[in-house]
Write a protein that binds this ligand. Sequence first.
Ligand SMILES: [Zn+2]
Ligand SMILES: [Zn+2]
Ligand SMILES: [Zn+2]
Length: 254
Amino acid sequence: MTTVIFNGTGSSTGVPQLFCDCDVCKLTDERNRRTRFSMTLIEDETVLQIDFPYEIRQQLLRSQVSHIDAGWLTHAHSDHFAGIDDMRMASFRKDEPLPFFISRETFEIAQKRFPYLFFENEYLPRPFLKPVFVEKEPVQFRNMTLLPIRHKHGETVVTSLRFKDFALLADINSIEPAELDKAKGVKLLAISSTVWKKKHPTHFSFEEILDIIKYLAPERAYLTHMNHTFDYSETLKKLPENVLPAVDGLKIEV
Ligand SMILES: [Zn+2]
Ligand SMILES: [Zn+2]
Ligand SMILES: [Zn+2]
């Protein structure tokens, strides 16, 4: 049994957006309140944290996640990475660098933004994070076999993953067929559905996301990483039966 937690289901701005007075941002429906994207996978006692937004500390406190054994970074955009400093505590508790799954492309950016976490630093005689480079081949971490799914989001390389009957497709607007097929037929799919509008430069539109879900044919899919154009109940009306908008804090056993 794998526990999947949708800690944060908002796009890069979060919902409500600052300074916006649209109906969704007015929060007449609390289900529209969304922090920035992160997820937690728990398999027996092993905890894998996927992405590290500004709100990660609050997210993990709310979900009562007791510890983290490894991290997985999809890409180094701020909404996925700006809260990485809080992983110092995961490293302190273990008294060793935290294994950190990351593509080489993402590492190039990440290490420039938070050098003290990856290299020698003024706090500890060791780094906080130990990069484990992933490409397209499966990687083993304790009792978890993690299958990377590589795709793009504008010019940015994104490393999503499949673990057993769960797959995540994070921020996306292009993917090779062989990589997409890795997520086929899962029981639970989480997918970044960021914008309604067609022709966004770095994200698939809502309709394109629905086409991908149809192709992958999961038992159930949850939309995540949604911006303020997604009203929970309005979105729900437009979704097929096996697809739902996720909400912050949602916990599912697969
Ligand atoms: Zn994002
Ligand atoms: Zn708004
Ligand atoms: Zn992004």
